[in-house]
Design a protein around this ligand. Structure first.
Ligand code: SF4
Length: 74
């Protein structure tokens, strides 16, 4: 299963962890909040979960590419 990363900018605390870990997927916007890199690749489910779980504020979510359903990252 592949997933698409989504970021809740209202929850991001600008730790930079995701940006450092996957600069091909996430970057900082002008307010130093994480946002998706344009054209960011979809990720294998397990890779996405690891990325989401590493976010200290829980700002990163995952969506199933095929169904559009939210994926539980816990
Ligand atoms: S890991 Fe989470 S809190 Fe840190 S920059 Fe990324 S989305 Fe924001």
């Amino acid at each position: 299963m592949s997933c698409r990363v989504v970021v809740d900018a209202d929850v991001c605390i600008s730790s930079g962890r995701c940006v450092a870990e996957r600069p091909d997927v996430l970057r900082f916007d002008d307010d130093e909040l994480a946002e998706l890199v344009p054209g960011a690749p979809d990720l294998p489910d397990d890779v996405g979960r690891t990325l989401a779980r590493g976010c200290p504020s829980g700002a990163i979510g995952l969506v199933d590419v095929e169904t559009g359903a939210e994926i539980d990252v816990d």
